[in-house]
Ligand binder design. Structure first.
Ligand code: COA
Length: 330
């Protein structure tokens, strides 16, 4: 069967205007700008205004990505929205976006692989396009983490922000596009990063005795060591599967959870830090939106050249991990 080349045709992003700085956080919990910068690398996060739903960011990012691809909403065959903060379970975020951008020909579903959602969606979308089943797939990663942050817990509230990033994937010349995907899950480690929804067992309640019950909780150091190992391994896997070496990689787009996690993985890979995209100082951890937002910023600032070898690599709740190697064809 003929296989089509699959690559990114357009990118877009949306960051809310309202800012939350480290000095704002100093007034909310017992923390300091110095501690946050040293332990995470983060300086500013963007937050949705009170009462504004998550999907509205995705709508803006989607419109920009479709325009950047030179397409119109009617050209989109499928929308995959990734999020851990859906405004409704039904209608799904992807259906809300479909309605608001008027993508009348698109099927739509949500995909939850927490912070790894975008990489999972890239893998999923690739299958539809490669086989010829669909031509253009819109991936929108929308995360309104301020909705599920416990603002009294200094272990977590310093980390998260709100954002949406989008890409349109479609057919590209075979010499460009996605070469390798890798996705995996480690459900046995799921207890180390939780966000309850309808079910709140006693052990989850015990982790949240002070503040908000339905908020993100994590064992920071357990997640940290998993993240460094998993991102290193996932990067190596796609690089080797593509018959390349780390030196062949021009830019790595890692999930933006903590600068020390990114540096730890880069060090293990013997990867020059100049080849690593970092945006977390101005966004915080925006979950699955991290990679598409970084891609949009780097591409719009001409920091990606046609033919560059890119690796995207993420880890997240589940626990999950994933990576993707592609040759940039835009
Ligand atoms: N300000 C000041 N002190 C803080 C603090 C804050 N915001 N948060 C924690 N501390 C304190 C702790 O209470 C602890 O104090 P103690 O030694 O008196 O007990 C000390 O700082 C060290 O805490 P620790 O948890 O060991 O810090 P850390 O260096 O591991 O950093 C994280 C904490 C959360 C930043 C880090 O573990 C991390 O990034 N983990 C990965 C999380 C992640 O990626 N999650 C998302 C997955 S998608």
């Amino acid at each position: 069967m003929h296989e089509f080349g699959v690559g990114i045709l357009g990118t877009g992003m949306y960051l809310p205007e309202k800012l939350l700085t480290n000095s704002d956080l100093e007034k909310m919990v017992n923390t300091t700008d110095e501690w946050i910068v040293k332990r995470t690398g983060m300086k500013v996060r963007h937050l949705l205004e009170e009462g504004v739903p998550t999907y509205t960011m995705g709508v803006e990012a989607a419109k920009l990505a479709i325009r950047d691809a030179g397409l119109s909403p009617a050209d989109i065959d499928l929308i995959i929205a990734t999020t851990v903060t859906p405004d409704y379970l039904t209608p799904s975020v992807s259906c809300l976006i479909q309605k608001h951008i008027q993508a009348e020909n698109a099927a739509a579903f949500d995909l939850n692989a927490a912070c790894t959602g975008f990489v999972y969606a890239m893998t999923t979308a690739r299958q539809f396009i490669q086989t010829g089943f669909y031509r253009n797939v819109l991936i929108v990663s929308n995360e309104g983490l301020s909705h599920v942050t416990d603002w009294e817990n200094r272990n977590t509230c310093i980390l998260f922000g709100d954002a949406a990033g989008a890409v349109v994937l479609g057919r590209v010349d075979q010499q460009y596009g996605i070469r390798e995907n890798y996705i995996a899950s480690f459900g046995n480690l799921g207890h180390s990063l939780t966000l309850p929804c309808f079910y709140l067992p006693e052990e989850e309640r015990q982790k949240r005795t002070l503040g908000r019950e339905r908020s993100i909780w994590q064992d920071g150091s357990e997640v940290f060591s998993f993240a460094v190992r998993a991102m290193t391994d996932a990067t190596r896997r796609v690089v080797e599967a593509a018959g390349k070496t780390i030196d062949d990689v021009d830019l790595v787009f890692p999930h933006q959870a903590n600068l020390r996690i990114i540096s730890g993985a880069a060090k293990r890979l013997h990867l020059n830090e100049e080849k690593v995209a970092v945006i977390l100082q101005e966004t915080g951890n925006i979950s699955s939106a991290s990679i598409p937002v970084a891609l949009d910023m780097y591409s719009k600032n001409d920091r990606i050249k046609k033919g560059d070898t890119l690796v995207m690599v993420a880890f997240g709740g589940g626990l999950t991990v994933g990576s993707c190697l592609m040759l940039w064809g835009k």
